[in-house]
Design a protein around this ligand. Structure first.
Ligand code: SF4
Length: 230
């Protein structure tokens, strides 16, 4: 596994669990609002952390941390993801996977093999705007397959979208929400400015106003059990 970094403790990233976060390096998307360019753009990569160093830390923390969040970048671009996660599970950790949903076959295998305990999947845009928003070639069918897979998986999951005024805004959120009809949980995440954005021009952007997001969330509660703005 190519590990770009580790956050040793978090109370916020794995619902209800104490966890550490492993950041994998590399992504097949180029979302302009992404604040992790050192995990996405090769020219910003730092030297990867040796996998053994990460396992040494996790063996010491056994019993103190309940879970490991695997995030990126996009973890599923790495063919050894299932094997890496199986090693973490053998140490007794619960696993949360953050994914952009473009590798449904990997997701399915990991669910079938009971390697993951929670999945957070980004749904970036309505289908017809996907490539424009993520600035990469996308097989949108794969995203739709991953959505259905999670809805029927029986494991806890959430879908989430980053909202950016004038880029992924009210109409997009409503169309995405309709696509997620019947889902358990959807989080609309306000875009946050950062110095490390994939597209520095997005430093000028802001999230849609809270009044708009609140109205959208309440509309989407007709289709989705829990809708949160955060
Ligand atoms: S926000 Fe987009 S570019 Fe950044 S890691 Fe996620 S999928 Fe990749």
């Amino acid at each position: 596994m190519v590990i770009g970094g580790i956050q040793k403790f978090s109370l916020l990233d794995f619902p209800g669990r104490t966890a550490c976060i492993i950041f994998t390096q590399g992504c097949n998307f180029r979302c302009p609002y992404c604040y992790n360019r050192s995990l996405v753009l090769p020219e910003y990569y730092t030297d990867p952390l040796p996998e053994e160093e990460v396992f040494r830390f996790l063996r010491k923390r056994g019993g103190l941390l309940e879970g490991v969040v695997i995030t990126g970048g996009e973890p599923a671009v790495h063919p050894d993801l299932p094997e890496f996660v199986a090693k973490l599970k053998s140490l007794g950790y619960l696993i949360k996977l953050d994914t952009n949903g473009s590798f449904p076959e990997v997701l399915k295998n990991m669910i079938d093999e009971r390697l993951i305990d929670f999945v957070a999947m980004d749904v970036k845009a309505p289908p017809e705007r996907y490539e424009e928003v993520v600035r990469a070639e996308v097989k949108v069918r794969n995203i739709l397959i991953s959505i259905e897979l999670l809805k029927n998986s029986g494991i806890p999951y959430e879908f989430r979208t980053t909202a950016v005024k004038g880029f992924v805004d009210k109409d997009d959120l409503i169309r995405i929400g309709r696509l997620l009809r019947g889902a358990e949980r959807y989080a609309i995440q306000r875009f946050v400015r950062a110095d490390s954005l994939v597209d520095p021009a997005f430093r000028q952007m802001v999230p849609p106003p809270d009044e708009v997001l609140t109205v959208v969330a309440s509309d989407l509660r007709k289709y989705i059990k829990e809708v949160e703005v955060r």
